[in-house]
Design a protein around this ligand. Structure first.
Ligand code: UDP
Length: 473
């Protein structure tokens, strides 16, 4: 390993899954935009793809990132790791990251330039111990500020609620200085303390407190109250918090499609802000019954749409996603809608002027992509921290409407779907669109020279530089 290089060298590790990969690769770009840093990103992939194989864009994302990489940037795919695919997500990914630890250690040790700082996402916390060995600073890159507050506060909640399941509490859960969390909005993994995922989450919350900082994919102006609480109140571990967002993918570059994609050509033919885009991210799927209701609701709403449809999971039948649509649906809607079963160029779609609304599962990347393109939402959360994101989008930011029932547990009926589609495209949509455009401006301002995120990234670069000097002395 060369230690003579004077540039600080930041090493990022992306855990498996498109959602993590998207934001870690994009953060790597942001950091590499500073020519005085060298940035290496390790990508961890699972050896057996899950049910979404063929519809996820993991390899395209890596290829496109490699094609666009800057001179001071390296992207390295680590050998695929095997794992127990039946284990719950936190348990599975934590086990996988433990397994990859020796490879990460030897890969860091083989780097040409002396590493200064390590950045992992929340599943990568088992890797933080490697940073100590190389005297690197260590950071955890998380999604929203509010869900991060919950994770950091989770060890306290666990102690306070001894003997009671958090999901069974009757009152919203109070966290110092933060918006309380409704028990129904908690992550599913927090609902049952006997489960391995509960213990994994607890461990992640504790490990994060021992890092040199949390990098939040948000900006100061968006989440001022939560950020203040994280920095000043007791219970969150007083770990430094840095806002590095909005970290979203730039449009027009997705997977090398540019504008040459049939969905984008179709959008070119549609009136401005007239199309509802529907997607449940890289992993979200609906039940067969819910697909049917959504189809009827959309048809009744008479709105234009693009629907990224995935085949329901755990179905014993050989039916594909399209087979669950009501008879004649595709024919009846062919003039106003597109149903797409492959990986869609989402950031290009959301950036298109014909898009007027987004029915989303509220993954944090999707939520920010919508905000940064000024698109109001129908918030339809399914799992993980998506319910908290949905609450925040609807109640705090005022940029989304929500179904009355929890879509992860109950069926959202066609009448309500029709109403929400009309609402976001015609009714409340106008006020929400104005609000989301304000947030878009505020996010862009944070990124621009002199903006809050711009300044935070400089502050971090200074920390990297200081550690680089310390390592040499
Ligand atoms: N995405 C995409 N095409 C698709 C589905 C998803 O480009 O067909 C992208 C989307 O733009 C986002 C990411 O995949 O950047 C999904 O991340 P998010 O946090 O929204 O949800 P997750 O997939 O992690 O649940």
């Amino acid at each position: 390993m060369e230690s003579s290089n004077s540039k600080p060298h930041v090493v990022l590790v992306a855990s498996p899954g498109v959602g993590h990969l998207v934001r870690v690769l994009e953060l790597s770009n942001r950091l590499a935009a500073n020519q005085n840093l060298h940035v290496t990103t390790f990508v961890v992939v699972e050896s057996h793809s899950t049910a979404t194989a063929g519809t996820t864009g993991e390899s395209q994302l890596v290829q496109s990132a490699k094609a666009r990489r800057l001179k001071n940037q390296d992207i390295i795919e680590l050998p695929p790791v095997t794992h127990d695919t039946n284990a719950p997500i936190f348990t599975r990914l934590s086990a996988l990251m433990h397994e990859i630890l020796p490879t990460v250690r030897s890969s860091i040790s083989a780097l040409k330039h002396n590493p200064t700082a390590l950045v992992v996402d929340i599943f990568g916390t088992p890797l933080l111990e490697v940073a100590d060995q190389f005297h690197m600073l260590k950071y955890v890159f998380v999604s929203s500020a509010w869900s991060n507050a919950l994770l950091l506060y989770f060890p306290v909640l666990d102690k306070e609620a001894q003997g009671v399941e958090l999901g069974e509490l009757k009152e919203p859960i109070k966290m110092p200085g933060c918006k309380p969390v409704r028990p129904a909005d908690l992550l599913d993994s927090m609902m049952d303390r006997t489960k391995s995922d509960y213990k994994m989450l607890l461990q992640i919350g504790l490990t994060m407190r021992n890092s040199d900082g949390i990098l939040v994919n948000s900006w100061e102006e968006l989440d001022a109250t939560t950020l203040k609480a994280l920095r000043e109140e007791d219970g969150y571990g007083k770990v430094p918090v840095y806002t590095v967002g909005p970290v979203t993918r730039p449009f027009d570059n997705d997977h090398g499609h540019g504008h040459d994609h049939p969905l984008l050509h179709w959008l070119d033919e549609q009136p401005a802000e007239s199309v509802l885009y529907i997607s449940f991210g890289s992993l979200g799927v609906l039940s067969p019954q819910q697909i049917t209701e959504l189809a009827f609701g959309l048809e009744q709403s008479q709105q234009r749409f693009i629907w990224v449809l995935r085949t329901p999971r755990n179905c014993t039948s050989t039916m594909e996603g399209l087979d669950y649509l009501p008879d004649g649906f595709l024919e009846r809607t062919q003039k106003v809608g597109q149903v797409f079963i492959k990986w869609a160029p989402q950031s290009d779609i959301l950036a298109h002027g014909s898009i007027g609304g987004f029915l989303t599962h509220c993954g944090w990347n999707s939520s920010l992509e919508s905000i940064l393109n000024g698109v109001p939402m129908i918030a339809w959360p399914l799992f993980a921290e998506q319910k908290m994101n949905a609450t925040q989008l609807a109640e705090d930011y005022g940029v989304a409407v929500r179904p009355k029932v929890a879509p992860s547990k109950e069926i959202v009926g066609k009448e309500e779907i029709e109403m929400m589609a009309r609402n976001v495209m015609e009714g409340n949509g106008k006020a929400m669109r104005a609000r989301v455009k304000e947030l878009k401006k505020s996010g862009e301002k944070a990124l621009a020279e002199g903006g809050s995120t711009f300044n935070t990234l400089s502050q971090l670069a200074n920390q990297f530089q200081l550690n680089c000097q310390r390592q040499k002395s």
